[in-house]
Design a binder for this molecule. Structure first.
Ligand code: CP
Length: 307
């Protein structure tokens, strides 16, 4: 397959073939991280900037590790150390960074569409590292990679996503990706946290966790997006946790080989119990490990090959 995209702004714009192409490419990059010398020269001479206006542990670090393992030079800019706090606009930041000729910019921003705007002013590749409640494409790609790795397939699986769906870019990107496959998607959460009319997309909605996890092959738990006002949509954290928090007893209803996923950061004791997060069905740290391979593949496809 020929990859001819400059940017990765969202899953919505990817075809099934393109998604599978990233996953297959990530397969070959995963081995590099298991070697004693975890470095190949693929992106030597390339420069990757991470521009993060929101906090991140996994995405920023794994993009930096991915770029470094491919021998690219990396520069990290966060809101607190950029001229954003002196009033510089995103457009001016984009134009100034572009003048320094980077090859790729990974941006995280609270404003949906910020990466799309950046891409208009930059010849460099722009990768969406999460834009508000809109999309988080590399998270969905690493989630699909992990599902395929653990289940040997994506088609035919029952996938349940529980939590603050309405404010979650992870849920949106996963739904866009999973809809290309023959999966049965169930979204579960309080009615105030489920987007209106989502059932018209052929997605099942359940307000009861016991029913939502019945026969699930994959259960993906999401935190309440406090930074996007999620807390205002529930009466109390305690009540939310008692009704929607995933506990060991829920797993008896799921398939025997169910996997438990969470994009992180987890709020232990709220959406997921310690026993489930650290238990035998959890693949949460595998997701993080696979994030490096998926981001290596993303960088390689965008800036490592002639288009
Ligand atoms: N999953 C995810 O985006 O985690 P971070 O916020 O730590 O990057």
């Amino acid at each position: 397959m020929k990859w001819n995209k400059k940017d990765l702004l969202g899953i919505r714009e990817l075809t099934k073939e393109e998604i599978l192409f990233v996953l297959d490419s990530a397969d070959s990059f995963k081995d590099i991280s298991k070697r004693e010398v975890k470095k190949v020269p693929t992106l030597r001479g390339k420069t990757v900037i991470t521009l993060f206006y929101e906090p991140s542990t996994r995405t920023r670090t794994s993009f930096e590790i991915a770029a470094k393992r491919l021998s690219a030079d990396t520069i990290n800019i966060s809101a607190s150390t950029s001229s954003y706090i002196k009033g510089e606009t995103l457009k001016d930041t984009a134009k100034n960074l572009e003048s320094m000729k980077p090859d790729a910019i990974v941006i995280r921003h609270s404003m949906p569409g910020a990466p799309h705007m950046l891409s208009k002013y930059m010849k460099s590749s722009v990768i969406n590292g999460g834009d508000g409640a809109h999309e988080h494409p590399t998270q969905a790609l690493l989630d699909l990679f992990t599902i395929r790795e653990k289940k040997n397939r994506i088609d035919g699986l029952n996938i349940t996503i529980v939590g603050d769906i309405a404010h979650s870019r992870v849920a949106r990107s996963n739904v866009f990706a999973l809809r290309h496959f023959n999966t049965h998607i169930t979204l579960c959460g309080p009615p105030t946290m489920i987007p209106h009319d989502i059932e018209s997309l052929g997605i099942q909605v359940e307000y009861n966790v016991e029913k939502a996890v019945q026969d699930a092959d994959v259960i993906m738990m999401l935190r309440i997006q406090k930074e996007r006002g999620g807390i205002a949509y529930i009466p109390s954290i305690k009540e939310y946790s008692s009704i929607y928090g995933l506990k060991t007893e829920h797993l008896k209803r799921a398939k025997k080989d169910v996997i438990i996923m969470h994009p992180g950061p987890m709020n232990r004791g709220i959406e997921i119990s310690d026993e489930v997060a650290d238990g035998p069905y959890s693949v949460i740290l595998d997701q993080v490990e696979n994030g490096v391979a998926v981001r290596m593949a993303t960088l390689y496809l965008l800036i490592g090959r002639e288009i």
